[in-house]
Design a protein around this ligand. Structure first.
Ligand SMILES: [Zn+2]
Length: 627
């Protein structure tokens, strides 16, 4: 078989010999800065340092590969460049407080049994090396590898994803293969988003987009049903996979995986499709990549990792809301649909319209509907940003005064007209008792608390204005896209937010789009529609919960601390451990608490955690892995 073009393994030219890479790098950086500037929301404060205490004092090994160095040399680079690359990654690991050690591929058999081995950018390996790596993992080793690992033999003959496949079960995607994102309209490069319920995102709890600097094509894979990606290639809104330049068709959800973890014999592995320089070359998000790497190392170092569900009892939540404004009476159609399907929805209501005499009866009827939560979409729906403080008070606090008269309990939610928000608005929203805001598209999956203590729910779903006006799609096409977006965002354990309008999706036959979507959700109990107040409550509770896992031999003590002043009910914890090691014995330090272990799903369930209490769960792992 002929060797395909080897451009995909070209290392980054650090020393300026190749101008094209520098230009592309500069271009990516410029696009990134431009994109940052366009993002009107102020970025959360970037800390200059990021330190998580190291989880092991043993050295972390990095493999050096002579055949890979020779392969790079073939494409016009020096051996020193290859070594410099490995050393650069070692330096990154070192900056996290770990000691590192280089090990030549010929010496792998001398590795300690339970060592952590990083194989960084090693496209070419001999069969002996591949066998040594496999038996290292098989016997309890912990492996990180990436990009085109083992795609060639020592002579540079192309072998494809066979080595990656042997360890992980992943195969290079036949439809698209390698994809470039270089001049994609999505700001020039690739975003990846770590899944919330993943050991990799232990230190990235918000599901923030990572901007991946790329000078090469990246391989796309078909994920077998036994695996779930820990990281996905996403668009800026995080609601869809991105579009690649050589992908005539868009990338599908099942093709968008960028990192996975799994087990092979007694050992475990993490594989990512992105090259090593992606971890080091984004200066803007340097700390986020360090957090990602810290999660990777922690997972490799520890036999078991635990994560609390992002929404307490829910892997993925769906928030459905209406901007209740023009064509106001369509509100009742939306409300009736919510009641028919028994899905809690949230209505952001323009207060002046609600208090019109001709709407009074309808408002009173809907107030009786237990599935509709009232919230505010300002008093007059006119521009607020840039206006006087008195005007801002009228549009924020003023709207609450009006709408609280209709609602059965004080409203908590606000959606700013034009999705515009400034400090003065935040101040008066918080002072007048608002607790959460449905904002604009943000680069995160999970709601965040903003000063002064307002929960900002990010918007992900394409809105009805785009569907009906910009895209002009037919109904079935729209419903399909809504379903795809729902599946995509919830597969990352993010909250899918769908925001519609009285004069668009609630209008005339357009309501059938919502009906079809609701019908789909009703057929899929894995989705959980959640109202604004409940969402706020759950995120607030989750914020003040933490988990700690201590190991004593094969005994474990998991401490769940509830720092809330109220009890937390129905708490789920996801465990990441070798599926062959079952939890066999367990006990808890409080007789009133029931703990359920689901060994198939690797979850722990606690029926309740009392307020301001630490619950300790003691358990043992059965060590029945056959080597
Ligand atoms: Zn509006």
């Amino acid at each position: 078989m002929n060797t395909p073009q080897m451009t995909y393994i070209k290392p980054r030219d650090k020393y300026g010999a190749s101008l094209i890479f520098s230009i592309l790098g500069l271009f990516a950086l410029m696009m990134f800065i431009l994109f940052k500037l366009q993002n009107s929301e102020p970025a959360p404060s970037q800390h200059n340092s990021f330190i998580v205490p190291p989880v092991t004092h043993k050295p972390i090994y990095l493999m050096t590969s002579k055949p890979s160095a020779l392969l790079y040399a073939k494409s016009g680079h020096s051996l020193e460049e290859y070594t410099a690359k490995i050393k650069q990654f070692a330096k990154l690991i070192h900056s996290l407080g770990y000691t590192t050690q280089l090990i030549p591929s010929s010496k792998l058999s001398s590795l300690p049994k339970d060592a952590i081995l990083f194989i960084v950018d090693a496209p070419a390996m001999t069969q002996n090396t591949k066998n040594a790596i496999k038996s290292f993992v098989q016997n309890g080793g912990n492996l990180f590898f990436n990009f085109t690992a083992g795609y060639s033999d020592e002579h540079g003959n192309y072998l494809g994803s066979t080595f990656v496949h042997a360890l992980t079960g992943l195969s290079l995607n036949k439809r698209l293969g390698f994809v470039t994102f270089k001049d994609e309209k999505n700001n020039g490069s690739l975003f990846v988003t770590p899944k919330l319920l993943s050991p990799l995102s232990v230190y990235l709890p918000e599901g923030k987009n990572l901007f991946v600097v790329l000078y090469d094509k990246v391989p796309l894979y078909d994920t077998p049903s036994s695996l779930q990606p820990d990281m996905m290639a996403t668009s800026y809104s995080q609601a869809t996979p991105p579009v690649g330049t050589n992908a005539a068709k868009s990338i599908r959800q099942q093709e968008a995986g960028m990192a996975w973890h799994g087990y092979y014999g007694k050992g475990k592995w993490i594989y990512t499709a992105i090259p090593s320089y992606s971890f080091t070359d984004n200066q803007e998000q340097k700390n986020d990549f360090k957090k990602l790497l810290s999660g990777i190392i922690a997972y490799l170092a520890k036999p078991i990792t635990a994560k609390i569900y992002p929404f307490i009892d829910n892997k993925g939540a769906i928030f459905i809301s209406e901007d209740t404004e023009y064509k106001f009476t369509n509100f009742e159609r939306f409300a009736n649909l919510a009641q028919e399907y028994q899905f809690p929805v949230t209505a952001f209501i323009v207060a002046n319209l609600a208090q019109k005499p001709e709407h009074k009866e309808m408002m009173q009827r809907i107030a009786q509907n237990p599935y509709v939560e009232f919230a505010s979409h300002s008093t007059s729906h006119k521009q607020i940003v840039g206006k006087s403080e008195a005007y801002i008070i009228k549009e924020t606090a003023g709207s609450k005064k009006i709408l609280d008269r209709f609602a059965s309990s004080p409203i908590l939610g606000f959606r700013p007209p034009r999705e515009e928000l400034n400090d003065l608005m935040r101040k008066h929203l918080a002072q007048s008792g608002f607790a959460y805001i449905l904002g604009a598209t943000e680069q995160r999956l999970y709601p965040r608390f903003d000063k002064p203590n307002l929960l900002i729910i990010p918007r992900h779903g394409t809105d009805d204005f785009s569907y009906l006006v910009n895209l002009d799609w037919d109904q079935d096409q729209i419903v399909r896209q809504m379903i795809n977006e729902t599946n995509f965002v919830t597969s990352l354990n993010g909250i899918y937010t769908l925001s519609i309008h009285t004069h668009l999706f609630a209008y005339s036959t357009n309501i059938n789009i919502m009906k079809k979507y609701f019908h789909y959700l009703s057929q899929h109990p894995e989705f959980k529609v959640i109202g604004g107040k409940e969402l706020y409550q759950k995120v607030l509770l989750a914020k003040h919960l933490n988990e700690q896992l201590e190991q004593k031999g094969n005994r474990y003590i998991m401490s769940i601390t509830n720092n809330n002043n109220v009890a937390v009910n129905n708490l789920y914890i996801q465990l990441f451990k070798n599926p062959k090691t079952k939890i066999i014995k367990g006990s808890v330090n409080n007789k009133n608490i029931t703990v359920k272990v689901n060994n198939n799903q690797n979850t722990l369930f606690l029926n309740y955690v009392p307020a301001n209490t630490t619950v300790k769960i003691y358990f043992t792992l059965a060590n029945n892995i056959k080597g």
